[in-house]
Design a protein. Structure first.
Length: 135
């Protein structure tokens, strides 16, 4: 989260998770022709395991549905076994290894079983947490 995201914020859909005025997480979504790409998701270490990442994944689902997508994709480093397991438990499926980068794999999540009314305000569901679109 220390990287300069000025250009990313100008070009893509970027949300930040805020708790008591502090940015504790970030989410970058990039609309593609046939899917939404979850380009980056990060949570400050001291907030991991508290539902922040899950809330941002739910926001990803809701935003993809809102924009008419039925599929989300993301690339994950194979070495991040705990993260991979979390994605698998959340309904993500490995569809292929990334040919260019051997250490990465492509995961996919189908949204065909969800309706756009499934998610209301994610920030209302996580006490004290606000997810804000940065523009």
């Amino acid at each position: 989260m220390e990287k300069n995201y000025t250009e990313v914020i100008e070009l893509y859909h970027v949300w930040v998770a805020v708790d008591q005025g502090q940015i504790i997480g970030g989410l970058v979504l990039i609309p593609k022709q046939d899917h939404m790409l979850l380009a980056n998701i990060a949570v400050r270490p001291e907030y991991q395991g508290k539902g922040v990442g899950r809330a941002m994944l739910e926001l990803t689902d809701a935003e993809a549905l809102k924009q008419g997508y039925r599929e989300i994709r993301l690339h994950v480093n194979r070495a991040m076994t705990e993260i991979l397991e979390m994605y698998r438990l959340s309904g993500w499926t490995e569809i292929q290894n990334c040919e260019q980068e051997v250490h990465k794999m492509l995961l996919i999540r189908s949204l065909t079983y969800l309706s756009s009314g499934v998610y209301r305000s994610i920030s209302d569901r996580i006490m004290g947490l606000s997810l804000q679109l940065r523009q």
